[in-house]
Design a protein around this ligand. Structure first.
Ligand SMILES: [Zn+2]
Length: 289
């Protein structure tokens, strides 16, 4: 955004905490440049209804913070080794309620986000409100419906109240989302029978959501496509039924053990596998951990 710096401020100059201001604008507290009021973001708590530093400085700060976060290896490492001690709704020793882990929060505080009882209640009320709104309209549209712009209806989501909660995606995004949600459910169910999940999906699979989608696509054999998704399933080369604990189940979810295979999910292939091959695979995966 172009910003005007006034060469001549005028005569009606006053001061607020050492910074000049008048009816036209004020000095930005960051670098002391005089700028028009429209060069500042509005802030209900700020002087004259604006922030004390200009939009330029605001954006520079945000960018700097983003860069620092993006490039700090220390933070990335701490985030990756984060122990998921708390889950949503846990009550802390000080009576505050656990919300989530956020990479943007302080590393010293273990990236934890805690809310007061009132904040938490507000959030829950909001969720409940959106849930009810969606409940009332949820039969209006069917997943996969295509509109006149060629967009595919995925579902109703609480994050989009101003769009009638409707989530429309391009054909490509639709099949990605469908695939990823399906895999998440499948992964969760298979880990849950061995005591639940305590690790992020991307860590278990070794690929991000998008990468897994591309990887599976790269393994397509004759005629497979996202358009005939119902005719093939994601198969575990070494079957999940071959192991009986959480750790090994996770190893079998590593992407190298996944491939697309013709045939619907419920007709499971023979669970025969070579014990030697399994042992070799698990030894390799354990060593890689
Ligand atoms: Zn500034």
């Amino acid at each position: 955004m172009e910003q005007l710096i006034l060469p001549f401020v005028g005569l009606d100059v006053k001061y607020i905490r050492g910074c000049m201001y008048n009816s036209n604008g004020r000095e930005c507290t960051r670098y002391g440049e005089f700028k028009l009021w429209e060069s500042f973001y509005r802030s209900s708590s700020g002087f004259n209804g604006y922030f004390c530093y200009c939009i330029d400085c605001h954006n520079k700060d945000n960018l700097k913070r983003k860069k620092e976060r993006a490039y700090s290896e220390e933070v990335i490492e701490a985030w990756e080794n984060l122990e998921n001690k708390y889950s949503y709704g846990d009550i802390g020793p000080d009576g505050r309620i656990f919300h989530r882990y956020s990479k943007h929060r302080s590393m010293k505080n273990n990236f934890e986000v805690w809310l007061s009882v009132e904040q938490f209640q507000k959030l829950e009320d909001k969720k409940e409100f959106h849930r009810k709104q969606i409940e009332a309209i949820k039969d209006k549209r069917k997943r996969g419906e295509v509109n006149s712009e060629g967009m595919y209806f995925y579902g109703y989501v609480p994050s989009r109240p101003s769009f009638g909660y409707e989530l429309w995606l391009t054909k490509d995004d639709f099949s990605r989302r469908l695939f990823n949600d399906g895999m998440a459910k499948y992964l969760y169910v298979s880990l849950d029978c061995h005591g639940g999940k305590d690790e992020r999906r991307s860590e278990i699979i070794g690929l991000s959501e998008g990468e897994l989608y591309d990887y599976i696509e790269s393994q397509f054999v004759d005629g497979m496509s996202w358009d005939n998704r119902s005719e093939w399933h994601v198969d575990h080369i070494l079957p999940l039924s071959a192991v009986d604990n959480l750790e090994d189940t996770k190893h079998l979810w590593y992407f190298e053990n996944l491939r697309p295979m013709w045939g619907p999910e419920n007709i499971s292939k023979s669970n025969k596998h070579c014990p030697k091959q399994l042992e070799e695979y698990l030894t390799k995966r354990r060593a890689a951990k």
